[in-house]
Design a binder for this molecule. Sequence first.
Ligand code: FES
Length: 163
Amino acid sequence: MIDRLRSIDAIVASRRGEHGALLSILEDVQRTSDHNYLKGEELAHVARSLGLPLSQVYSVATFYAFFNLKPQGEHVITVCRGTACHTRGSKPLLDTVLSHLGVTLSDDGSATTEDYRFTVKTVACFGQCALAPVIAIDEVIHSKVREDQLLELVRSLQQGGEE
Ligand code: FES
């Protein structure tokens, strides 16, 4: 942990005085973490280092969707649960991928496999409703997705292939 705090000190030092430093620091801290997330003690360390209230650091970390407060899988599957996608079958897609990976969504709407290979999460709308149902795998958008296509993509990742 001491090494990790030292590396966070280096990140803070490299960004100090920059416009929007807190955002950039949190991005760097998350990017260099083991499972792409911000730990509570790391947020506290950033707050102390910058002389900011912890509440301010938490409010930034929770406001932006790209910050994670829980460990993330190596691959992230995001299923749209907006109205257009719902009416075109996004719930069965979500159920299928959860069942295939043997996980259930927690209260925050995400689920990560025990081996940290996959995280499944939902989003309110990708803004591509005409292409519903829409999912993203590792930020690559897939449109008009069918269950068999989704399973094929996931199986390919499980076998170590690229999507
Ligand atoms: S509702 Fe799914 S992209 Fe808009």
